[in-house]
Design a protein around this ligand. Structure first.
Ligand SMILES: [Zn+2]
Length: 461
C-alpha cells in the first residue's frame, strides 16, 4: 500500500532539474527492468509473483551475484526474493532494502491503457504497480546491478527484500521474519514502499516525507443485545437505544494526546510552512506537546487529528431484523487507527470502559501493532543527502502514516524501518491502487539517483 503522506503545505518551492534527452546505460537498464516486471500480472490469485522473482533472480545472477546469495522463498501461490550484496564487514550489521512484487488487482476494461504494459506517454509511465511499487523494485534492482558493475564494496551487507503479498496478507513478510530470520537479520530497513516527496501543481518539489512510523489499523464490533419481542409491547430496554447511548459515549471520548520524536520533528517542520492558526498550533505543539490549546486545535483539524492520538470512529451500523419486532441486537463497527507503541488490547479495554460492561466489544481479525522507529541520525543524514542531490534545499519532514506496509511487520519484529522512497509526485497524480496508475518519467530517473546516493552513503562509503 502507498499513501501520499501529507497534503496542505504551502509552496516552499525548489526547481527540479530538467531531464537530459536520451538515456544513459543505467537509466536504460532501469527502464528495461521496469517494463518487464510491469508485464507480470502479480495480483492476488494469478500466481505470477514467483515468475517475476525468477526474472529478477536471473538479472542478479547475470550481474555476478552468486547463487548462494539469491533466495526465492515460495509461499503458497506467491514468493519473496532476498538478495544479499556482500560488504567487507567493517561497517556493522546488514541493512535491508525493501519493496514488494505484488500489486492491487486492476480491471483492464476500466483502464484507458493495458495496465500490464508499461506505456510512456506525455511525460508519464503508466501501468499497474508503476507507483506502488514496481518502480521501487526496478530501481533497487538497477542500483544493485550498477554497484556490482562498478565493483563497489559496501562496508556492510546490503539485503534486498522483495515480498510477494504486501497488498493482501503480508504473509511473505511474516514468513521471512519468522522462518528465514538468518536471511533478514538486519540492523534496520529502508523501505521503498513509503515516504517520498510532493511536487506542486507547477511541478516544483515542495516537501519530502521520511516515514518512521505507521499507525495500527484495528476494527472492533460493538454490540448491544436484548431478548427482543413484539414491537407493540415495547420494553424499557432496547438494543438500538442502548447501542445509541454507547455510540454517543464513544463520540464524547477522546484518546490521550501522544507524541514521539517523529511527531515533534514533523510538526516543527510543517509548522514553518503552514499558514495561519494551524501553522501556529503545529509550532507550539512541537515546542511543548503539553500545550492543550494547540493540541485541541490539531484535534479539530481532520488532516491532523490522527497525528497526535489514537482515533476510533464508527464506520458501519446494523441492527434489528423486522420493522414490527424489537431488536435482538444492534452492532456498530468501529475502526481505530492506533498510535504507534500502543497495544491493541489496551484500546479494546478503553472501548469497553467507554461503552460500559452491558455492551459487547469484540476485535475483528488479527491486527499487528508496531512501535515508531527512532529517528536515526545516520539515516536522516543519508536521506537528506540523497534528496538534496536531486532537489536541493527541499524541506525534509519525518512522518507517521495512517496507512500500513510490510514495514509494520519489520518494526513489530524489532527492526527499525524507514520509508524513504525517492519518488516525487503531485497530489493530483496519486493513483496508487486506482485507475491509470502512473509516475512522472523524470521522477522515475531522479529516483535512480536517489537510491544510488542513499545506498552508497548508508553502507558507509
Ligand atoms: Zn505498496
Amino acid at each position: 500500500m502507498r499513501l501520499k503522506f501529507l497534503g496542505c503545505f504551502l509552496a516552499f518551492s525548489v526547481a527540479a532539474p530538467s531531464m537530459a534527452a536520451g538515456l544513459d546505460p543505467q537509466q536504460a537498464k532501469a527502464r528495461e527492468i521496469f517494463s518487464r516486471i510491469i508485464s507480470y500480472k502479480t495480483e492476488v490469485g494469478q500466481g505470477q509473483v514467483p515468475a517475476m522473482a525468477g526474472y529478477l533472480a536471473d538479472q542478479f545472477r547475470a550481474a555476478g551475484f552468486p547463487d548462494a546469495d539469491i533466495h526465492i522463498l515460495p509461499l503458497g501461490e506467491t514468493a519473496s526474493l532476498v538478495v544479499r550484496y556482500r560488504g567487507d564487514g567493517t561497517g556493522g550489521k546488514p541493512i535491508a532494502l525493501m519493496s514488494h512484487m505484488d500489486v492491487v488487482t486492476a480491471k483492464p476494461e476500466d483502464w484507458q491503457r493495458d495496465p500490464y504494459t508499461l506505456v510512456e506517454e506525455n511525460g508519464y509511465f503508466f501501468g499497474r504497480g508503476s507507483y506502488d511499487i514496481k518502480s521501487g523494485v526496478a530501481l533497487l534492482t538497477a542500483t544493485f546491478l550498477q554497484m556490482k558493475k562498478e565493483g563497489f564494496v559496501p562496508k556492510r551487507d546490503l539485503v534486498i527484500v522483495f515480498t510477494g503479498d504486501e497488498e493482501t496478507e503480508g504473509a511473505t513478510a511474516s514468513d521471512l521474519l519468522n522462518n528465514h530470520r538468518e536471511l533478514v537479520n538486519v540492523e534496520f530497513a529502508l523501505n521503498s514502499d513509503a515516504g517520498g516527496g510532493t511536487l506542486g501543481e507547477d511541478g516544483k518539489a515542495q516537501i519530502y516525507g521520511l516515514q518512521t512510523a505507521e499507525k495500527t489499523y484495528a476494527s472492533f464490533e460493538i454490540t448491544a443485545r436484548n431478548p427482543g419481542g413484539h414491537s407493540s409491547l415495547p420494553r424499557v430496554d432496547n438494543a438500538i437505544f442502548e447501542l445509541t447511548d454507547a455510540v454517543k459515549r464513544l463520540q464524547a471520548h477522546r484518546f490521550p494526546v501522544m507524541w514521539s520524536d517523529t511527531t515533534l520533528a514533523s510538526f516543527k517542520a510543517s509548522g514553518q510552512v503552514t499558514a495561519g492558526k494551524l501553522g501556529e498550533a503545529m509550532s507550539r505543539f512541537a515546542q511543548d506537546p503539553n500545550d492543550a490549546a494547540a493540541a485541541d486545535l490539531l484535534n479539530d483539524t481532520p488532516s491532523e487529528v490522527g497525528r497526535t492520538r489514537t482515533t476510533c470512529i464508527p464506520t458501519l451500523l446494523r441492527g434489528g431484523h423486522a420493522d414490527n419486532a424489537l431488536p435482538q441486537s444492534a452492532t456498530v463497527t468501529v475502526n481505530c487507527r492506533i498510535f504507534p507503541g500502543v497495544a491493541v488490547a489496551v484500546v479494546e479495554k478503553t472501548l469497553q470502559s467507554v461503552v460500559g460492561d452491558k455492551i459487547e466489544v469484540k476485535g475483528i481479525g488479527n491486527p499487528t501493532a508496531s512501535d515508531a522507529s527512532p529517528l536515526r541520525v545516520d539515516v536522516l543524514a543519508a536521506v537528506t543527502e540523497a534528496v538534496h542531490r536531486v532537489h536541493p534545499g527541499v524541506v525534509i519532514v519525518p512522518v507517521q502514516e495512517s496507512g500500513a506496509t510490510d514495514g509494520l511487520y519489520f518494526r513489530a519484529a524489532g527492526i527499525p524501518t524507514y520509508g524513504v522512497s525517492g519518488m516525487f509526485i503531485k497530489d493530483s497524480d496519486s493513483f496508487a491502487h486506482g485507475l491509470n496508475e502512473r509516475v512522472p518519467v523524470a521522477s522515475f530517473y531522479d529516483e535512480l539517483v536517489h537510491w544510488q546516493v542513499l545506498v552508497r552513503r548508508i553502507s558507509g562509503n
